[in-house]
Design a protein around this ligand. Structure first.
Ligand code: FES
Length: 117
């Protein structure tokens, strides 16, 4: 019998490239957000002042080009919020509280912007 909770319990590795050039890894459960994974993994540079309520834009990340096609269309409100980030918006810009981990994202590489203020 298949374990219906298997996906939810699976751990997804996220690789964060920091402003100093080093890369750190953090793991989160499927369904958790990238922001939650960063905070629980003590990854520096993700502030997430609103706690994931989509109202602060201090969880901004740049998704590496090769991963962009794994996502569906962005929510219009996230798209609007990305116009107010402290670091310039780029093609791979996302708010990490809006990216939910799934097995397809295991190993995803993200760059943390130089500043969130
Ligand atoms: S944590 Fe505030 S918008 Fe993502």
């Amino acid at each position: 019998m298949a374990d219906i909770n298997a996906d939810a319990a699976a751990s997804v590795v996220v690789r964060f490239r920091l402003a100093n050039g080093t890369t750190v890894e953090a793991s989160g459960a499927c369904g958790a957000s990238v922001m939650e994974t960063a905070i629980s993994g003590s990854v520096p540079g993700i502030l997430a002042e609103c706690g994931g309520a989509l109202s602060c834009a201090t969880c901004h990340v740049y998704v590496d080009e090769e991963w962009l096609d794994r996502f569906g269309p962005m929510d219009p409100f996230e798209d609007e919020m990305l116009e107010g980030t402290a670091s310039p918006r780029q093609r791979g810009s996302r708010l990490s509280c809006q990216i939910r981990l799934s097995p397809e994202l295991s190993g995803i590489v993200l760059t943390i912007p130089p500043t969130q203020y």
